[in-house]
Write a protein that binds this ligand. Structure first.
Ligand SMILES: [Zn+2]
Length: 256
């Protein structure tokens, strides 16, 4: 185990990068890539929207205080620890109804790899789980064993086709089950931007969790392959274009 207690790590826990068009990507460089998820901060003229809420080792309110200046609504793409860790910090929290029960119960969580694999019910996520899921402590004396994700109730329950208007930008909810029953993506039609959560990203797609449904996952990816999108901002890793989206989907449907 090579966890270092950098005293400045909490202040630098999140990396915020402006990707243009009033959108910023927030990532957690000290989190192992299995759990290193993207948070997307979208600025509207009326209100801001935050897609997903990180792992919650450091609060988003403490780590990226500017994000909370306009009381944004958090939209959670699905109920997994690396996407909802700091969801409880938002006054308004939205997700698909099919994942509401998992969210309310408090999703399975641990910073110890073997314990996390056991809680998640799989160790087949493309990479072996490391002993510890972070490579730096946010502050001296941080207690890895005390990490949990609090249960969150939703203030807004999302359904397929529903539109979220932020002023100057409108996102359409796409219910794309398979990774989890309530997995959603958000499509901003006027820019052709898809916020895809864990439905699709450029990496090993996880379809064998206890709450996963591989047949539904295939149907969801077929839907995505037919979408006219310019860019995908995924739940993990780098953004990509439509050609890459189709390649990823084709690869998955062919059995990887
Ligand atoms: Zn997930």
């Amino acid at each position: 185990m090579t966890v270092h207690a950098g005293e400045a790590a909490a202040a630098r826990w999140y990396e915020v990068r402006d990707v243009g068009g009033g959108v910023a990507r927030i990532s957690e460089p000290h989190v192992h890539q299995i759990l290193r998820a993207n948070v997307w901060w979208l600025r509207g003229t009326e209100r801001d929207l935050v897609v997903d809420a990180g792992l919650g080792v450091v609060g988003l309110r403490a780590g990226v205080p500017a994000m909370f200046a306009r009381d944004p609504m958090a939209v959670l793409t699905h109920a997994h620890l690396d996407h909802v860790g700091a969801a409880h910090e938002f006054r308004e929290r939205a997700a698909h109804a099919a994942d509401a029960g998992l969210l309310a119960a408090g999703v399975p969580a641990s910073l110890y790899g073997p314990e996390l694999a056991r809680k998640l019910g799989t160790d087949d996520v493309g990479d072996p789980f490391p002993d510890v899921m972070i490579d730096a402590l946010p502050y001296e004396g941080y207690d890895l064993g005390a990490y949990t994700v609090p249960g969150v109730t939703l203030t807004r329950s999302l359904a397929d086709g529903e539109r979220i208007d932020c002023g100057g930008r409108t996102l359409t909810v796409l219910h794309l089950p398979g990774h989890t029953p309530g997995s959603v993506a958000l499509l901003e039609e006027h820019t052709g931007t898809l916020y895809s959560g864990d439905v699709v990203y450029d990496g090993y797609l996880v379809d064998d969790l206890p709450e996963s449904d591989p047949a539904a996952y295939r149907r969801s990816l077929e839907v995505l392959a037919g979408l006219d999108v310019a860019v995908v901002h995924p739940g993990h890793g780098r953004s990509f274009d439509r050609a890459r989206l189709r390649h990823i989907v084709t690869r998955y449907l062919a059995g990887r």
